[in-house]
Design a protein around this ligand. Structure first.
Ligand code: IDP
Ligand code: MG
Length: 138
């Protein structure tokens, strides 16, 4: 089923000049970029985006990391885009990520794990709306 997902290149991967490599991997997996922007998140934005994680012990570190530099957000479209994107991303903990995945190649740690990808149709809709208005998506 054709669907859309939100993928975010996190600050470590932007700093390491891996934006292009990451988009290339997603495109080669059959995903189409239909929205794209660079942004710098505030603490308030990170708290809103990661609302389900604010009480977690790792949240302060996640917030410091996600506000430490620029991110690149994109809307990806394709067959089973949500699962497809997460497969290319690899496991949350890069130590558990499969060879050839984005996180295996470009993550620095569990927190600095290079990319975000929506995990359900509901999150995808909310997260796309978080970064993009209707006039900036194809
Ligand atoms: P996901 O990004 O693979 O969907 P989530 O569990 O939704 O993983 O966690 C969101 C983000 O929070 C992760 O991508 C990672 O950056 C960070 N994170 C999650 N769990 C931990 C942890 O146990 N230690 C440090 N950072 C974590
Ligand atoms: Mg998640």
């Amino acid at each position: 089923m054709t669907e859309r997902t939100l993928c975010v290149v996190k600050p470590n991967a932007v700093k390491d000049n891996n934006i292009g490599a990451i988009i290339k991997m997603l495109e080669e997996a059959g995903l189409k970029v239909v929205g794209l922007k660079m942004a710098k998140l505030t603490a308030e934005k990170v708290e809103a985006f990661y609302a389900e994680h604010v009480e977690k012990p790792f949240f302060d570190g996640l917030k410091a990391f996600m506000t430490s530099g620029n991110v690149v957000a994109m809307v990806l479209e394709g067959d089973d885009a949500i699962a497809r994107c997460r497969k290319v991303m690899g496991a949350t903990n890069p130590e558990n990520a499969d060879e050839g995945t984005i996180r295996k190649l470009f993550a620095a740690s569990m927190t600095e794990n290079a990319v975000h990808g929506s995990d359900s149709p509901e999150s995808a809709a909310r997260e796309i709306n978080f970064y993009f208005d209707q006039f900036s998506i194809l």
